[in-house]
Write a protein that binds this ligand. Structure first.
Ligand SMILES: [Zn+2]
Ligand SMILES: [Zn+2]
Length: 148
């Protein structure tokens, strides 16, 4: 979703509500992750004392595979983000989002933000016992005759 910020940059006190969804089709392009729901994006952009802020949260469900026992499960995620948006910038500064042509691509920003937050390791539960190295049975569900 493209958000035009022309008014927001010029009018102090102006604000705009964000309420959109990133569809599963767009999400299927992301490698390494399987989304089992759309990403819901809620928030607002507003101009406070001449500075434009972007505040939003994302809600979505990922289909993950436990690194230890290989069980597949859906896990819900919620993250909050905030940024300052500037119309242009001189030099490199990662702290700000630059609105090219006075607009921002919210989907791109949200996906970049949330991918950075996702854990690289996934466990079905913190104390997952994993699989037996010898017979491959799920040690969460019972013991086999092999010593760990
Ligand atoms: Zn597990
Ligand atoms: Zn075993």
């Amino acid at each position: 979703m493209k958000i035009n910020l022309k008014q927001l940059f010029s009018i102090v006190g102006e604000s705009k509500t964000i309420n959109c969804e990133i569809g599963t089709e767009e999400l299927s392009d992301i490698r390494g992750y399987t989304f089992s729901s759309p990403v819901k994006v809620d928030g607002r952009v507003y101009n406070r004392a001449g500075v434009v802020y972007l505040e939003y949260s994302v809600d979505f469900t990922l289909n993950i595979i436990c690194d230890r026992c290989l069980k597949e499960l859906d896990r819900d995620y919620h993250f909050d983000f905030d940024h300052i948006v500037v119309p242009s910038i001189s030099g490199d500064n990662d702290d700000y989002i630059v609105a090219e042509g006075e607009s921002i691509e919210l989907n791109e920003i949200a996906l970049t933000d949330l991918l950075l937050q996702l854990p690289t390791k996934n466990l079905c539960k913190d104390d997952c016992k994993g699989l037996c190295m010898i017979c491959g049975c799920d040690l969460n569900e019972g013991q086999c005759d092999h010593l760990n």
